[in-house]
Design a protein around this ligand. Structure first.
Ligand code: SAM
Ligand code: SF4
Length: 465
């Protein structure tokens, strides 16, 4: 049986709904976090999380911010440096942070999931990788079947890097590609040959890595429908298990280096939507299933299975197959997510070093969810993951009467129902195929905090399509 299903996309409809909106990797979203939430608040919450009797597994995230060269499109929190001693210094502080946090956590709790993101985690030398992973293993116990994943920039990778990743225990990887066309690569300052990407991909496969993902971006300078199709043909030939195809977030008011990109070379909104349409139609006509926002996976991949079984979950790294873990995050700018709180580390290195040097958790801001936030987070998570809301399930899990609780929001669905994006029955709010592409717009209707944020007039989010 094949579960691959081909999509067709209505560009005019997409255009009408294309407006700035959050990606809902958290609810409430990060702009709502406040400096009123302190390191002491987080500390109290860690202790509390050991006492809820359920002994939830752990998900760990480590932010490795350093990169060798600047990609002009980059929206990540990164630091460009050619001085690798800076990485050693960072790892010293990361070690202290790991020790500071891990000793508060009940040692019976096991790591089910770990992710190294960045910046570029593979900018660490093989020795640095082994050193810091040794520290992590000294301070945490892992489940046998833990998913241990890393983001890889192929440039600079060697056999020794691949061996180190395998030896310390990584079993999943995500490779940054973005685009294969030389003209595009030049304009974004990321020249990376197809051969190199293939070499890293094959090297990971030979070492037994599962669920290998490739990252692409659409909306970059000089991209056209034809050029992106060309890239996609090569990607399909490489045959990764998963694909993340991100919409280029052009936010030069936040990421000043993006000003280097000549806006006249960016595909216009119409061309961008054409690229998206072609991408979805091409991949779903091949062996990929469209999973939630931005993601595609082969039918037999665990992400697709979780999607089909409505067990997908969403966190700061995007989609995940594990729910219910407390996520502890380490390194500058990283965000932890426990049952009732979000807590974000300071975003600048000097402040991060100063806090840890003084034996303090480097928390800058955070948020404690109230009862309404819990209900809306649950609803938005299910919507982003399942493309539908099962009203009786939400009523049972959240102890509410759905139609009464969301009486103010439900009328806002009307235009989307009229446009054939949403179908509503007594028991379900269901997105149609086209509605899948506008899932953020539907989620925004249920976001209590968005109105307030809009009043601040500050542009915070990239466009939804
Ligand atoms: C931290 S990077 C991946 C690891 C490594 N630094 C690399 O670039 O290969 C995570 C991914 O975010 C995506 N990304 C970065 N900046 C973006 C932007 N402005 N808009 C959309 N996606 C972006 C890219 O696809 C990139 O591969
Ligand atoms: S895209 Fe990756 S390699 Fe490029 S600057 Fe951003 S984090 Fe670094």
């Amino acid at each position: 049986m094949t579960i691959t299903k081909q999509f067709s996309v209505d560009i005019h409809m997409l255009k009408r709904y294309d407006k700035p909106g959050p990606r809902y990797t958290s609810y409430p979203t990060a702009p709502k976090f406040s400096t009123d939430f302190s390191a002491q608040d987080f500390h109290r919450e860690i202790i509390e999380s050991n006492q809820n009797g359920t002994m939830t597994d752990l998900s760990l995230y480590f932010h490795m911010p350093f990169c060798d060269t600047l990609c002009f499109f980059c929206g990540c929190t990164m630091i460009i440096t050619s001085n690798r001693d800076r990485i050693d210094e960072y790892l010293d502080y990361l070690t202290k942070e790991i020790q500071l946090v891990s000793r508060q956590i009940n040692p019976a709790r096991k790591v089910a999931q770990l992710h190294w993101g960045g910046g570029t985690p593979t900018y660490l030398s093989p020795e640095q990788t082994r050193r810091i992973f040794g520290v992590i293993r000294e301070n945490f116990t892992f489940r046998e079947d833990a998913e241990i994943s890393v983001e890889i920039d192929p440039r600079g990778m060697t056999d020794e890097h691949l061996d180190a990743l395998k030896d310390v225990g990584f079993n999943r990887a995500s490779i940054g590609v973005q685009d294969f066309i030389p003209e595009v690569q030049k304009a974004i300052n990321r020249e990376q040959s197809e051969e190199l990407t293939r070499w890293v991909f094959d090297g990971l496969r030979q070492r037994g890595f599962e669920s290998i993902n490739l990252d692409l971006i659409y909306g970059l300078p000089y991209q056209t429908v034809d050029s992106f199709e060309n890239t996609l043909d090569k990607i399909i030939d490489i045959s990764p298990d998963r694909l993340a195809i991100f919409n280029y977030a052009h936010v030069p008011w936040m990421k000043k280096h993006q000003r280097v990109i000549n806006e006249e070379t960016l595909p216009g909104p119409e061309a961008k939507l054409q690229i998206l349409k072609t991408t979805i139609e091409k991949l779903t006509a091949s062996e990929y299933v469209f999973i939630g926002m931005d993601h595609f996976a082969k039918a037999e991949d665990s992400l697709t299975k979780a999607f089909m079984e409505k067990n997908l979950y969403r966190n700061f790294q995007g989609y995940s197959i594990l729910s219910g873990c407390d996520m502890y995050s380490f390194g500058m700018s990283s965000i932890s997510q426990l049952q009732n709180v979000y807590a974000q580390n300071v975003k600048e290195l000097p402040a991060y070093y100063a806090a840890i040097g003084n034996g303090r958790l480097p928390i800058e801001r955070g948020y404690r969810l109230d009862e309404d936030d819990h209900i809306r987070r649950h609803l938005i998570t299910r919507l982003m993951c399942d493309f539908e809301i099962n009203k009786p399930a939400i009523e049972k899990e959240c102890n509410i009467n759905f139609d009464d609780y969301f009486a103010d929001e439900l009328p806002d669905l009307e235009p989307m129902i009229f446009d054939g994006l949403v179908k509503v029955s007594d028991t379900k709010i269901e997105l149609t195929e086209m509605g899948h592409l506008l899932v953020r717009n539907v989620a925004m209707i249920f976001d209590r905090h968005l109105k307030e944020m809009r009043q601040s007039k500050k542009q915070m989010f990239s466009k939804t399509v």
